[in-house]
Structure formats: structure tokens, C-alpha cells
Design a protein. Structure first.
Ligand code: NAD
Ligand code: TYD
Length: 357
């Protein structure tokens, strides 16, 4: 069943990161009568140059700040009278969560509760259709699959990394606010995204960047872990639909049925880099370097998105092939962006961890 919500003034959190900036670049020009306020702390992962295409738009403004700061969040709700929240802000990298989990608890869990609390105070007594809190979450909250079966909306939670535990805790708080205070929430749990503006600590931009420089490409373990990849534009389309038409209290799983082992994915990316740089076929495959596995590495994630497809009519536009081709072309023509966002201290740690140049 389709439910209408007409967003008027929307708080976007984490809009300078990978998915948040792709979402704003889509939504700000598409909905000129909606006001968007982007609250972002600008951690290493936040980059305002991602938003050059909309930074001067009349219906967009940026505020630098922390979602876990109750006074700031309350004052933004009071000033802007938000009708809707789309909550992206989070620490998002599993390897960093293994190194330093506390920042994940603060931003992902406490930050989410801080936003829920402000919404609860200000939205009390308002009709559910007039307000919406869309919490952007991950399929990693469900843990790891074996070779068969898919995650569905009914899969029990079983987070296994500090990152996924902090997101799972946030999801539980969102549901608790829906149940206890009748806060009109939607939750989306999406599979691994890829596409423009992804920070090059994540597998796909990391491989493209290192291959373009002829540097070794680290593959954890034997490279047989499986991820279900979705182009960020298809994720943003799903979030647009859920925001406008999702049922209050409902969870939607988002994924494109594009399962691939890490080794197959890396090989495909290296071949695409060779093709687009005019190298001989197979030239970059020798860059693959198997390195010690990530501690607690989840084996497989895979999504059943039937509920989203059937209830809201969503379907992805990109195949994995067309999406990876577009993504490799984007990064190869934005090497200056990659250079400007790389976090030197993390890359030094990463390279020393794997004994790489
Ligand atoms: P990202 O790391 O690229 O961006 C996160 C953004 O949040 C950055 O701009 C950062 O500055 C900001 N931020 C971090 N902590 C903050 C805080 N305390 N206050 C305000 N801003 C803060 O992350 P992403 O890949 O764009 O992911 C966005 C959301 O989508 C996250 O909630 C993540 O869990 C979820 N998600 C990501 C994927 C994926 O594959 N990337 C898949 C499913 C769900
Ligand atoms: P990543 O992009 O970090 O996403 P997530 O851990 O949230 O799924 O990693 C995707 C997969 O690639 C994951 O199985 C870990 C693996 N991986 C590597 O093999 N080498 C790397 O250098 C990185 C960053 C990840």
C-alpha cells in the first residue's frame, strides 16, 4: 500500500558524505519547493566539494555540526520546523570500527537517539502523514549469510562488527520511538553501495585509485567473501520513493541482486581500468595481493528487495556491469577529487598493516 508524505522542510544529516551528497545532488534540483538543510560534522569522510552543483541553490543550506549535539539539533528543529529527516550521518567504515569503536557508538547510536529525541519533542501531536523520519541503515545489521538464502525484512538482527552493532542499536532505537511515542519513522537497510564520491577507503574506489597508480591492490583472505552491490543512484531513487510513499513504521530492504565475490569484483575492476586507460588486457591483474583477513569478516550479504519492488514499484536502473563501467570512468576522470580527499594518516596505517608501498 502506498502512503503519501509531502516533505516541505527536510533535515539531511551527513549530506557531505558519499550517499548523502548523491542524494542531495538528486533531490535539490528535482524538488525546488522543498527546503533542504544539510547538517554534517565534516569528518574525514565529509567533503563539501561533492556539493558544488547545488551549493548556491535557493532551497539548500549547509550547517557544520554534530548530530550528537542535543542543543544544536534542538535549535535547528526549532528554527527550521522540519517536516522530515533523512538521516545518513554515521561513521561508516568497518575496518576503522575495528581499530577505534567508540566514535561509532557516539555518532551512529547516540547521534541517532539525539535526532529522534528532537523530533519527538517537536512533532508531538502532529499527524503521522505530515512528518517522517527516514533512517538510512545497512544490511550488515543482519550479520553474515552462508552460501544460500537472502536477507528479508523478517531476518533477525545479528550484528558482528562494531560498525554493524552501532547501526543495529540505532535501528532498535528508531523502532522503539515508533512503538513508544508513535514517531512516524521509516527504516531502509541497503546492501553495499558504489558510485561517484565514495571515500577511497572502501573497496571499489580503493581498487580503482591504486590500479590507476600501478600500486598493489589488497584482497582480504582468499577474496571469496560475497557482497551484493548497488549503484548509489539506485539507492537514492529508493530513498526518494520511501520518503514520499513509504508506510510509517515500515522497513524496506534495498538491493539490486548483484552478488559477486570480492576476487571477481576486483578482477572486473582491474580489467575495466586497463580497458579505459588503453593498457593490454590483463595488465593490472598482477597487482592483486592477498593479505591477512579482516578480523570477524562477514562471509556473505545478499538482499531480497521484493517488498520495496512490489509495494513502491522500485527497480534499479544499473546492472553491475553498466554501473561498474560508469564508476571506473567517473573515478579515472576525477583523479584530482581522489587525491584531495585521501586521508593520509589512515592510508599510511593501512599500507603498513598490509606491508604495502
Ligand atoms: P560516509 O562515511 O561516506 O559519509 C558519512 C557522512 O556523515 C560524512 O559526511 C561525515 O562527515 C558525516 N558524519 C559522520 N559523523 C557525523 C556526526 N556525528 N555528525 C554529523 N555528521 C557526521 O558514509 P556513506 O557511505 O555515505 O553512508 C551514509 C549512510 O548510509 C550511513 O548511515 C551508512 O551506515 C549507510 N549505508 C551505507 C552503505 C554503503 O555501502 N556505503 C550501505 C548501506 C547503508
Ligand atoms: P568495504 O568496501 O569495506 O565494505 P563492507 O566491509 O562494509 O562490506 O569492503 C567490501 C569487501 O571487500 C569486504 O568483504 C572487505 C573486502 N575488502 C578487501 O578485500 N580489500 C580491501 O582493501 C577493502 C577495503 C575491503
Amino acid at each position: 500500500m502506498v502512503h503519501g508524505h509531502e516533505p516541505k522542510r527536510v533535515l539531511i544529516t551527513g549530506g557531505a558524505g558519499f550517499i548523502g551528497s548523491n542524494f542531495l545532488l538528486r533531490m535539490v534540483p528535482r524538488y525546488p519547493s522543498i527546503q533542504f538543510v544539510n547538517l554534517d560534522k565534516l569528518t574525514y569522510a565529509g567533503n563539501l566539494t561533492n556539493l558544488r552543483g547545488i551549493e548556491r541553490a535557493d532551497n539548500y543550506m549547509f550547517v557544520r555540526g554534530d548530530v550528537a549535539d542535543p542543543a544544536l539539533v534542538a535549535s535547528l528543529f526549532s528554527t527550521h520546523k522540519f517536516t522530515s529527516v533523512v538521516h545518513f550521518a554515521a561513521e561508516s567504515h568497518v575496518d576503522r570500527s575495528i581499530m577505534a569503536p567508540l566514535a561509532f557508538t557516539r555518532s551512529n547510536t547516540l547521534g541517532t537517539v539525539t535526532l529522534l529525541e528532537a523530533a519527538r519533542q517537536v512533532w508531538a501531536g502532529k499527524a503521522a502523514g505530515a512528518r517522517r523520519f527516514l533512517h538510512v541503515s545497512t544490511d550488515e545489521v543482519f550479520g553474515s549469510l552462508g552460501h544460500d538464502s537472502l536477507f528479508t525484512e523478517e531476518t533477525p538482527y545479528n550484528p558482528r562488527s562494531p560498525y554493524s552493532a552501532s547501526k543495529a542499536a540505532a535501528d532498535h532505537f528508531v523502532r522503539a520511538y515508533a512503538h513508544t511515542y508513535k514517531l512516524p519513522v521509516s527504516i531502509s537497510n541497503c546492501s553495499n553501495n558504489y558510485g561517484p564520491y565514495q571515500f577511497p577507503e572502501k573497496l571499489i574506489p580503493l581498487v580503482i585509485m591504486r590500479a590507476a597508480h600501478g600500486q598493489p591492490v589488497p584482497v582480504y583472505g582468499q577474496g571469496d567473501n560475497v557482497r551484493d552491490w548497488l549503484h548509489v543512484a539506485d539507492h537514492c531513487e529508493a530513498l526518494d520513493l520511501i520518503l514520499h510513499m513509504g508506510a510509517p513504521g515500515e522497513t524496506y530492504l534495498v538491493g539490486g541482486s548483484n552478488e559477486c565475490t570480492n576476487l571477481n569484483l576486483v578482477t572486473t575492476l582491474l580489467d575495466l581500468v586497463d580497458e579505459q586507460l588503453g593498457h593490454p588486457k590483463g595488465h593490472s591483474r598482477s597487482l592483486i595481493q592477498f593479505v591477512p583477513d579482516r578480523p570477524g569478516h562477514d562471509f556473505r550479504y545478499a538482499i531480497c528487495a521484493d517488498h520495496l519492488r512490489q509495494s513502491l514499484g522500485w527497480q534499479p536502473r544499473y546492472t553491475l556491469e553498466s554501473g561498474l563501467r560508469q564508476t571506473v570512468a567517473w573515478y579515472l576522470s576525477h583523479m584530482d577529487w581522489l587525491q584531495s580527499v585521501t586521508d593520509r594518516s589512515y592510508m599510511d596505517y593501512f599500507q603498513s598493516q598490509y606491508g604495502m608501498a
